[in-house]
Design a protein around this ligand. Structure first.
Ligand SMILES: [Zn+2]
Length: 58
């Protein structure tokens, strides 16, 4: 039996969370804004963010 998590809620959460490529901090932001470079890491001010939702599979 697989443990049931929160498929929909998690998807939505991960969809809006990004990881800073520099320091690994979690940043919340909307995808279009991140892609436009409008969202920065709060800690190191880097604009290099990647979506977290790949980790949902692991
Ligand atoms: Zn950072």
């Amino acid at each position: 039996m697989a443990k049931q998590r929160f498929p929909d809620a998690e998807k939505r959460m991960f969809h809006r969370v990004f990881i800073c490529m520099k320091c690994g901090a979690r940043i919340r932001g909307d995808l279009p804004r991140v892609k436009a470079g409008k969202v920065k890491c709060r800690i190191c001010k880097s604009k290099k963010l990647r979506p977290i939702h790949k980790e949902a599979k692991a």
